[in-house]
Design a protein around this ligand. Structure first.
Ligand code: PLP
Length: 540
């Protein structure tokens, strides 16, 4: 496999080596439960509190609470529950409360979903309403001002995960203050941590969730800031940990790892400065522009985090770009990781009012402050190669999006569970190949992916490149008449499954596919590529 270049850090990051060491130390040596009163427990308690102190300093928590939670989704949940319980209590006491639960239209799904869920569950029946954003992705402050009197809870994000757009938090605060709004205010700081200076105590923000895995700590650890005096209701009750604010034995390896990340941020010797990140972004912008003439960036670069680029290329679907980049070893995404499986237009870009072609063809490229110059150089070079491959393969971009097999051949859960379409794992593949020297391996990726992944094809077996789009037009005779096992493979196992189902619907039973695709391969695939067999003798 080509060396992986992960340009998808807004979805998650690897763990900082010092954070890994800290987590391992806590799991193997300082493994105490911070609730225990013996010495081992006290060591754990001391560690937890020292990390809390570093965190408080980093985000300027002042007299506010900083709770350790499992991640931002739990933080958001807890904040929404707290605010909505407070609104219900106020209402039950006969006080008027705002009728609106307002969230930024480009907010992470965890926010509107939590608002709707707790609103329903608590029987509040308030109106959940999206606050529009402008073409640059920033909140529409005029609309906010016109609603401000009537807002019970307001949720806005500090920086957007898909576009990197940094919100005008000070502007929002001015609007709330001017209206003397009683709204409880949540600001999702997930993408801002470590990238935007924060001093929460100097604001009127009531709640701010954070997530460790977006900044080189492991998954499963996060924090929630709650302003001193803001309403609070625990989501989790039980053993009374976190002074009763969040029960459950603390995730000490996660907390220790988070502490190592905060220490690195404070020392300033591990992560790149904003200035360096900006110069790297400029180089990536240049590389993308050279590789894909006509590219449009979907958010104003002077209003976005230097670590996020969101762009669309006329005539190239996001699926094509993702597949091409993936084949070349670059991991990018079409939007947030949670919606990656849905292949729908980006609701964030739709909210910004961008034309449909841009919302459906957008890709996000993001890198973290732990990157280095060599990484960016390799990324730029590989992006250049992707552009060259695409030009030389003469891909017909407009037709290269989702594939449309007849409904009868489409994958369904029922069919996918069927033995006949069960995928092979790598060991089973090896067995098939060894048991029959004439077994045929077919790479159903597009020619441009195949070309971009030339390094994949090392010694050994021969794989034939027969793109699914071609197979879609008809099964070539050499394949239809092949009387030995056929194994289809692609990047993730989706297209190979479609190829398999199509073959089976035409009565070809000796087919299998590689489950999980090349992505799950342990190392270089031991196959040599050849050009596709002649396809002029196509059967219908
Ligand atoms: N908020 C934003 C802006 C995010 O990007 C994410 C994760 O993608 C979340 C919330 C949810 O974070 P977690 O994965 O910690 O639950």
């Amino acid at each position: 496999m080509p060396t992986e270049i992960c340009l998808d850090t807004n979805s998650t990051t690897p763990v900082l080596p010092a954070a890994l060491d800290a987590a391992c130390r806590v799991m193997q040596q300082q493994f105490g439960n911070p609730s225990s009163s013996h010495s081992t427990g006290l060591v754990a308690q001391n560690l937890r509190e020292s990390v809390r102190c570093s965190a408080a300093k980093l985000v300027g928590a002042g007299a506010g609470k900083l709770l350790f939670v499992s991640g931002a989704t739990e933080g958001i949940q807890t904040a929404v529950l707290s605010a909505l319980c407070a609104l219900r209590q106020r209402r039950d006491r006969g006080n008027t409360v705002g009728r609106l639960l307002v969230y930024g239209a480009t907010e992470h799904k965890a926010v509107p979903e939590s608002l709707a869920y707790w609103n329903r569950l608590l029987g509040l029946n308030l109106e959940v309403r999206a606050l529009p954003v402008d073409a640059g992705g920033r909140h529409d402050l005029r609309t906010l001002a016109s609603w401000a009197d009537d807002i019970g809870m307001l949720c806005t994000m500090a920086a957007n995960n898909e576009t990197g757009v940094v919100s005008d938090i000070a502007g929002i605060e001015r609007v709330l203050q001017a209206a003397d709004s009683a709204a409880l205010w949540l600001v999702d700081c997930v993408q801002a941590l470590g990238k935007v200076a924060l001093n929460l105590q100097a604001t009127r923000i009531d709640y701010a969730p954070f997530s460790g895995h977006k900044l080189y700590a492991p998954k499963g650890i996060g924090m929630l800031y709650v302003r001193a005096g803001s309403p609070y209701h625990p989501l989790m009750v039980g053993g009374g940990q976190e002074a009763g604010a969040r029960s459950g034995t603390e995730n000490m390896p996660g907390i220790a790892a988070l502490g190592a990340v905060f220490d690195a941020l404070e020392r300033g010797d591990t992560f790149q400065s904003a200035q360096v990140l900006h110069t790297w972004r400029d180089r990536l912008v240049q590389a993308i522009g050279d590789a894909f003439p006509g590219v449009v960036f979907n958010a104003p670069l002077d209003q976005t985090l230097p670590t996020t680029l969101n762009f669309s290329v006329p005539g190239l679907s996001s699926k094509l770009l993702l597949d091409l980049f993936d084949a070349a070893g670059i991991r990018i995404s079409a939007g947030s990781a949670c919606s990656a499986a849905k292949a729908e237009p980006s609701f964030v870009l739709q909210a910004m009012g961008l034309p449909e072609w841009r919302t459906t063809s957008a890709v996000r490229l993001s890198f973290g402050p732990l990157a280095d110059d060599d990484f960016i150089t390799r990324a730029c070079a590989t992006i250049g190669q992707c552009g060259a491959v695409l030009r030389s393969s003469g891909a017909a971009p407009a037709n290269s999006g989702a594939l449309a097999w007849p409904a009868s051949t489409a994958s369904s859960t029922a069919e996918a569970g069927n033995e006949a379409v069960r995928g092979l794992d790598w060991n089973e593949l090896e067995q098939v190949l060894q048991s029959d020297p004439q077994a045929l391996l077919i790479d159903v990726r597009e020619a441009y992916e195949y070309a971009a992944a030339a390094a994949l094809c090392s010694a050994g077996r021969t794989a034939v490149n027969l793109p699914l789009t071609e197979l879609q037009r008809g099964v070539p005779r050499w394949l239809a008449e092949h009387r030995h096992p056929v194994v289809f493979f692609c990047r993730s196992g989706n297209r190979s499954l479609q190829a398999l189902l199509a073959m089976q619907s035409r009565g070809h039973r000796l087919c299998r596919h590689l489950e999980g695709g090349l992505a799950l391969g342990a190392g270089p695939a031991p196959y040599t590529a050849t050009s596709a067999h002649p396809t002029k003798d196509l059967k219908s």
